[in-house]
Design a protein. Structure first.
Ligand code: XMP
Length: 515
């Protein structure tokens, strides 16, 4: 079946990924491309519709991003959002001007044309989310205004004949409650997409593509037990069975029972047809980490050791033609923008690309999916919910949850404490929702008394954060009874701990992990 495509042209807006997610939620496939893409390429892609994103510029600024080409002569519907709306107005002979009052945040939107396709079932007045200084002052020929706000006389406009629509506000954000519906109607009704982007068809499509790419070659996948690599493994297994070799490195910094859980799913009897190669590299990592206390150095050592183990495994396997990776769409989009910020932590993902190995190709079957789509795919492929809905777990594992030197005994402490914390969160029914929670080990030792003896033991820190994007976070308000019960259990059940602390710090100023 031919894939219906909506193209999102990026003019520097912050919310391009949100637009894409709303379009995908309407079961329509879409891709984000820079606004510099040549018109010939757009023609070749034959999109059903085009969405122009917002952007920080004024359309009259000398360096304002424009589209070089006659986008509106392609004969496909176009929806301009915010900056994209102004650009459409300007390119088609309307006028944009600086508004007397800029509008940021919620505004009341009044419909002037309730018969607009985009506004079907939208109340005559509703809330929309605005973020603009300029506004459309004069309609381009052929357009009609379809909505206004108190500060913006043309908050929406359209030329139905030509399939051109523009919204000054942001329909993609949750603050515009009717916005998802407007985007839905644009792609499904205006562009006429049938909504064929569903996970079943994605599985079929990918199985064909993977088989076509790898033939009878072997494919090596670094399986970490995280969502992305697990879903990639399940999908590849469907396509090529035993030709898929999954190397699972136990670096000794996994959570309690994690290695066993991964083996139960992907190992013998787990129901997936693949070659599973677990590697016990605990001792090697502990040796390399002995005496090292600096967080960045620890991260580097873990990353390097991981690559070495992976290389050794790969060599032992003989010729393996392809390397598979669990890259997902946000990674692809973000790496295209090349943001330069301060290095807070050198992140690494278990399964990262080893530099010294040569493969004749890379297989990335999740490259066009968002995280929620990856999870949905995982469910379809029969992965257990515990794996598919798993919280993020950093590549360096417990290495960044043990402050200071890593030793096997400290790993035991943090594994036991963490398992108790997770068990109690489940017992108290607060283990769901968006967030991340775990136990970490501080390097604080202090005096305590147990029985009649003095102790001089470690303090465990509990961390539970509420977050949507992991860029910012606030400490979760856990019930006191839960904290009480976890504390009692940890000090009683975990040898070497005589104090339990709850970390109340948000991010910023703290980070989620301790190192
Ligand atoms: P921080 O500690 O930077 O963490 O606030 C933000 C999110 O990223 C995860 N994290 C990592 N993930 N490799 C990863 O794949 C890493 O090296 C790494 N370090 C932190 C962390 O668990 C949180 O979800």
């Amino acid at each position: 079946m031919e894939r219906e495509l909506i193209l999102i042209l990026d003019f520097g807006g912050q919310y391009k990924q949100l637009i894409a997610r709303r379009v995908r939620a309407a079961n329509v496939y879409c891709e984000i491309l820079p606004h510099t893409v040549p018109i010939e390429r757009i023609r070749a892609l034959a999109p059903r519709g085009i969405i122009l994103t917002g952007g920080p510029n004024s359309v009259y600024a000398p360096d304002a991003p424009v589209f070089d080409g006659d986008l509106f002569s392609l004969g496909v519907p176009v929806l301009g959002i915010c900056y994209g709306a102004q650009l459409m107005a300007r390119m088609l002979g309307g006028r944009v001007e600086a508004a007397a009052t800029s509008e940021y945040g919620n505004a009341e939107l009044y419909l002037d044309a309730p018969d607009s396709v985009l506004f079907q079932n939208v109340p005559a007045s509703t809330v929309c989310w605005m973020s603009h200084r300029d506004r459309i002052a004069l309609l381009p020929p052929g357009f009609r205004a379809t909505a206004h706000t108190n500060h913006c006389p043309i908050a929406a406009m359209e030329d139905r004949e030509r399939g051109l629509y523009a919204l000054q506000f942001h329909p993609e954000v949750l603050h515009t409650p009717e916005g998802a519906g407007m985007l839905y109607r644009f792609v499904r009704e205006v562009c006429g997409c049938g909504g064929t982007w569903i996970m079943d068809s994605y599985i079929e499509e990918q199985i064909k593509a993977i088989r076509g790419q790898v033939g009878d070659g072997r494919v090596l996948l670094g399986l970490s037990g995280g969502v992305d690599s697990s879903v990639a493994a399940a999908l590849l297994s469907r396509a090529i069975g035993k030709q898929l070799v999954c190397v699972f490195v136990d670096h000794g910094l996994l959570r309690k029972n994690e290695a066993e859980e991964v083996a139960a799913v992907f190992g013998e009897g787990g129901g997936f047809d693949l070659t599973f190669r677990p590697v016990d590299a605990k001792e090697r990592f502990y040796r390399a980490l002995a005496g090292v206390t600096d967080p960045e150095q620890k991260r580097k050592i873990i990353g390097e050791q991981f690559i070495r183990v992976f290389e050794a495994e790969s060599k032992a396997l003989g010729t393996v033609e392809f390397l598979a990776q669990g890259t997902i769409y946000p990674d692809v989009v973000e790496s295209g923008t090349g943001s330069a910020g301060a290095v807070i932590k050198s992140h690494h993902n278990v399964g990262g690309l080893p530099k010294n190995l040569s493969f004749s190709g890379i297989v990335e079957p999740l490259r066009s999916l968002f995280k929620d789509e990856v999870r949905a795919l995982g469910r379809k492929l029969g992965l257990p919910p515990a794996l598919v809905d798993r919280q993020p777990f950093p590549g360096p594992g417990l290495g960044v949850r043990i402050v200071g030197e890593v030793t096997p005994d400290k790993v035991r402490i943090v594994q036991e404490a963490d398992a108790i914390f997770r068990e109690e969160l489940i017992n108290f029914g607060v283990d769901t929702g968006t967030g991340q929670f775990f136990a970490a080990l501080t390097n604080l030792r202090s005096v305590g008394v147990m029985g009649d003896s003095r102790t001089y033991d470690y303090a465990v820190a509990l961390r539970a954060v509420q977050t949507d994007d992991f860029m910012t976070a606030t400490a979760a308000h856990l019930p006191y009874a839960l904290l009480d019960s976890v504390t009692n259990r940890i000090v009683n059940e975990v040898r070497g701990v005589n104090r339990v602390l709850y970390d109340l710090t948000g991010k910023p100023p703290a980070t989620i992990e301790l190192e």
